[in-house]
Write a protein that binds this ligand. Structure first.
Ligand code: AMP
Length: 216
């Protein structure tokens, strides 16, 4: 049986588990996970014009301009595979982006899941996080090699502790306001991300089901 489509936004600070949980959810629901950070890192890796523009911004923990990321998301949402739904991870990050997303989906309902994790846990998690230099997926530092493709694991340059502090400040300054922007909507849900990945996934599944119940 084909799962029902879902248009989902994952919110939460860096290290909250948006990627891990977003990937699970996207797989379960048969929709693409669209992560602006992944798209930008891939552009940096291939050295495209977008990558040259974004590389330095990412390394310093700042935000790429609204204009650039909104263009990326507009183009990505227009593709065939996103018609039946999507999981957005890392977008929107500013109020301008949140407004742009509403316009892009043309009034379709968004389920918004905010993953809450205390800051000391985020800092600890990001210090131990590695990504695969080949496929770009996230893995724990003690995994040795990429569990998906066997590639070498490396630390993201922006997971360096000094950059992490900057990213958390940018989150507090620019992004946390969008939690308030969405909180008033009936399809907003907040979950405790300071649990095992399986427990968080179970809470998210229940939160999504309850949010979807709002327009049944
Ligand atoms: P992430 O993988 O989501 O942590 O994103 C890594 C970096 O990419 C961020 O620190 C930003 O520099 C950039 N980035 C990703 N998504 C956005 C966005 N929606 N707006 C602005 N910059 C972004």
């Amino acid at each position: 049986m084909k799962a029902r489509p879902v248009r989902l936004v994952m919110l939460g600070p860096p290290g909250a588990g948006k990627g891990t949980q977003g990937e699970r959810l996207a797989r379960d629901r048969g929709v693409p996970r669209i992560a602006t950070g992944d798209i930008l890192r891939e552009a940096v890796r291939t050295g495209s014009a977008l990558g040259q523009l974004a590389g330095r911004v990412i390394e310093t923990g700042q935000l790429v301009s609204d204009e650039v990321v909104i263009d990326i998301v507009r183009e990505r949402l227009a593709r065939e595979d996103a018609r039946g739904g999507f999981v957005l991870d890392g977008f929107p990050r500013t109020l301008v982006q949140a407004d742009a997303l509403d316009a892009l989906v043309g009034g379709a309902r968004l389920v918004v899941i905010d993953i809450e994790v205390p800051e000391p846990t985020l800092i600890q998690r990001l210090a131990l996080r590695r990504i695969c230099s080949r496929c770009g997926r996230t893995a724990p530092a003690d995994a040795g090699r990429c569990p998906f493709c066997g590639g070498d694991l490396v630390q993201r340059r922006d997971d360096d502790v000094a950059v992490v502090r900057e990213r958390l400040q940018v989150y507090a300054r620019d992004t946390r306001v969008i939690v308030e922007f969405y909180r008033r909507r009936p399809t907003f849900r907040s979950v405790d991300g300071d649990q095992t990945p399986d427990a968080v996934a179970a809470d998210i599944a229940a939160a999504v089901a309850s949010a979807e119940g709002e327009w049944r």
